[in-house]
Design a protein around this ligand. Structure first.
Ligand SMILES: CCCCCC(=O)SCCNC(=O)CCNC(=O)[C@H](O)C(C)(C)COP(=O)(O)OP(=O)(O)OC[C@H]1O[C@@H](n2cnc3c(N)ncnc32)[C@H](O)[C@@H]1OP(=O)(O)O
Length: 431
């Protein structure tokens, strides 16, 4: 897999105000950059949201008047450089005991769902920094998360009592969309080392979040930035190719058809001459028995700055359900290897009933590929609408049973899971 490293900008000073950390714990000496609370406060200021749910209608009305400030075309907006959006944020787990509780899991590690929430907020702030117009107090743009393209884990262990640092910047820009690259590092044994690299795609909308809005162009400076920008173009093309070849639109490849048929033959009952008698092979689990479901009532507390459900909250809930499914399936504690292609297809409205459904869809040795599908129920139309699809790759402590599809639909889920798994390990689906 192509892994571009971002060295030049890491040394740039933080763009925001500084805090000083105090108290014992595994923290580097000296000042600290802003924390996550500061990120969220900054986002509230940029958008101008109400802090009380009872005022949200008025706040939304106030934002509507900002529509006249939107650019008519991208060329009207001044270009930005990567360093204009560079941000460094600290999560002082080493020094702030109170904060640790929020992040701690029962395995004395960090809750990854919380990290997903932080990355989402940070990604949005990075994009607001890219599009910042210094002459305006509030941004007319509503910037939403469209996609988590990839999160690659570099370490299995995240210590709950050592400081964490996030860095990130806009790495590619389209007309109305922006790619944000973020890195998470942890301070341990006297130095910061990489924990994960993430790539998110954010989309700019008008103040009412009804139509797309132009964003400032990005001018890469120097060979490293040019390579990052080119990679953004490659990512866009890859995404569109994957979308075109989706099993929801196209038949599987010849190789994939062979895989499915061989699994089918492997489940036929050799004592009967029937296509219908199916027998589960040893050390296997039928796919229909590897689901775990959940429900969330979407309360105002989980709203984002645009009065919809916060994308990070959706990711945390989906991740935790997916993790629980992998844990039940594998019978031991799984750790996350990669997250890829989390799609935010539709906003989730406050008050929605959110149905989450996780499915183990592919396995290999001790790896488990889990897909989580979320949908909302519209009580007026009686219809369910898909809002998100999440893909997580986990690694279990021991070898796991093989997942076996029974129906044609399950076979497609299996192949889709395999494609995601192959992307994680080979950088491309092995089709
Ligand atoms: C604390 C604050 C955090 C706030 C963050 C959140 O919580 S946000 C909450 C979670 N997220 C959401 O609710 C978003 C839900 N999804 C949506 O509303 C919509 O699907 C969307 C706005 C993302 C996209 O809508 P449309 O598909 O109609 O957009 P449209 O076709 O006009 O495309 C606009 C631009 O987005 C890009 N685009 C759209 N979907 C994309 C995807 N899955 N992956 C990559 N890029 C995508 C297009 O290429 C285009 O870029 P170019 O114009 O450059 O070619």
């Amino acid at each position: 897999m192509l892994r571009l490293r971002f060295r030049v900008l890491r040394s740039l000073p933080s763009m925001l105000c500084r805090f000083i950390s105090s108290g014992p714990g595994s923290s580097p000496a000296g000042g600290q950059a802003p924390d996550m609370a500061e990120v969220r406060n900054r986002l509230r200021e940029i958008v101008g949201v109400s802090t009380n749910w009872s005022d949200h209608r008025q706040a939304m009305k106030d934002r509507t008047s900002l529509s006249s400030l939107l650019a008519k075309c991208q060329e009207d907006l001044p270009p930005r450089r990567m360093k204009d959006s560079y941000i460094e944020i600290h999560l002082p787990l080493g020094s702030q005991h109170g904060l640790r509780e929020k992040y701690l899991n029962v395995h004395n590690s960090v809750r990854f769902g919380r990290i997903l929430e932080d990355l989402d907020s940070l990604g949005v702030l990075i994009c607001y920094s890219h599009t910042k117009d210094p002459s305006l107090q509030r941004s007319p743009l509503s910037i939403v998360t469209a996609l988590v393209d990839k999160i690659d884990m570099r370490k299995n262990i995240i210590y709950p009592d050592c400081d964490i640092k996030f860095t990130g910047h806009v790495s590619w820009v389209g007309k109305t969309s922006m790619e944000a690259k973020m890195h998470m590092l942890q301070y341990h044994d006297g130095a910061y080392s990489s924990v994960l690299d993430a790539t998110f795609v954010m989309v700019a909308r008008d103040p009412e979040n009804k139509r797309a809005a132009f964003v400032n162009p990005l001018i890469p400076e120097g060979p490293e930035e040019e390579a990052l920008f080119k990679q953004g173009e490659v990512n866009k093309t890859r995404r569109s190719e994957i979308k075109t070849a989706s099993l929801l639109k196209m038949a599987p490849t010849a190789e994939e058809r062979k895989i499915v048929h061989s699994m089918f033959l492997n489940t036929l009952d050799s004592t009967t001459v029937s296509f219908r008698s199916r027998v589960l092979p040893p050390n296997s689990v039928w796919m229909e028995d590897a689901k775990l479901k959940g429900l969330e009532i979407c309360h105002p507390q989980e709203r984002n700055i645009f009065n919809r459900i916060f994308g990070g909250f959706l990711m945390r809930k989906a991740y935790e359900l997916g993790w629980a499914n992998a844990c039940t399936y594998g019978g031991s504690r799984p750790h996350l290897v990669a997250v890829d292609d989390i799609m935010f297809q539709k906003p989730v409205e406050i008050g929605s009933l959110l149905f989450l459904s996780s499915q183990v869809c592919y396995t290999k040795t001790n790896h488990i590929q889990v897909r989580v599908h979320t949908e909302v129920f519209d009580s007026q139309s009686g219809k369910h609408n898909t809002t998100n699809i999440f893909h997580f790759t986990f690694c279990s402590e021991k070898e796991v049973p093989q997942i076996v599809p029974k129906s044609y639909g399950e076979s497609m889920l299996y192949l889709d899971g395999k494609r995601h798994f192959d992307i994680t390990f080979n950088g491309t689906p092995a089709v």
